[in-house]
Design a protein around this ligand. Structure first.
Ligand code: ZN
Ligand code: ZN
Length: 238
């Protein structure tokens, strides 16, 4: 750790624990560098004992319409420390600077946070993750979108495969319809698996080698209790 940045952070009133948190280091490592550079942690023992600011406490103060300066005074910490923890929790005070979501995002980026709590219009305050393109995205929105896409792909493939069990005609719940491979040795992508993110065209090619079976008939076919009707195998392509 270089002396200049360390000195700067200490001057902002950050504790060793807070500096360590920012760099993903252990507190004692920061302590080592502070000593090595002949610097001194401000209120060293006091800050270390206090650790981070609590979310509930900050929320209550923000709720009371206090400014950063007022909160800093109330919790007896520096403004930089208050600002750091507000960003961490995705909170923002109502007056003054740093209120808009765009500024929240900038602050999170400056602090080097891979995940931060932000406001999602659908899910409220929740965890956002920094994606590869450098945007923070709501994690819950993201996993819902993945599930939606997967359901849509399956519904296309199910319709193309006739939309019903080729033995009993069951068609009420798509989740109970499985793709059964006619020649398992040619199996390349599993259509039934939940975790696959294979392109539709590849799955479509795979679906052509399958017949559609409901869960019950699938079990009976696998146990050789029934066989697949000959007509079911000669599906028209497409
Ligand atoms: Zn969301
Ligand atoms: Zn069936």
């Amino acid at each position: 750790m270089d002396r200049t940045s360390l000195e700067q952070l200490l001057r902002q009133g950050l504790s060793l624990a807070e500096i360590a948190e920012r760099f993903g280091l252990h507190e004692s490592t920061v302590g080592y560098w502070v000593g090595k550079h002949g610097l001194e942690a401000v209120h060293r023992e006091r800050s270390a004992a206090r650790g981070g600011l609590g979310r509930r406490q900050l929320e209550a103060l923000v709720e009371a319409n206090m400014t950063i300066a007022q909160i800093a005074e109330a919790v007896e910490r520096s403004k930089a420390t208050v600002r750091y923890w507000l960003t961490r929790y995705g909170l923002s005070t109502r007056g003054g600077v740093g209120r808009r979501p765009a500024e929240q995002v900038q602050a999170a980026k400056r602090a080097g946070l891979a995940t931060a709590e932000m406001l999602c219009p659908r899910h409220g305050t929740t965890e956002f993750g920094l994606n590869a393109r450098g945007y923070y995205r709501c994690k819950r929105c993201r996993s819902e979108a993945v599930a939606r896409r997967r359901r849509k792909m399956k519904s296309i493939l199910v319709q193309e495969a006739g939309g019903r069990c080729c033995i009993c005609g069951y068609d009420r719940n798509m989740r109970a319809l499985h793709f059964h491979h006619l020649e398992p040795e040619l199996k390349r992508h599993s259509i039934n698996a939940k975790g696959v993110a294979v392109a539709l065209e590849k799955l479509r090619a795979e679906a052509r080698k399958c017949v559609l079976l409901c869960s019950n008939c699938h079990a009976e076919v696998e146990d050789r209790m029934v066989s697949i009707p000959a007509g079911a195998q000669a599906r028209s392509p497409g």
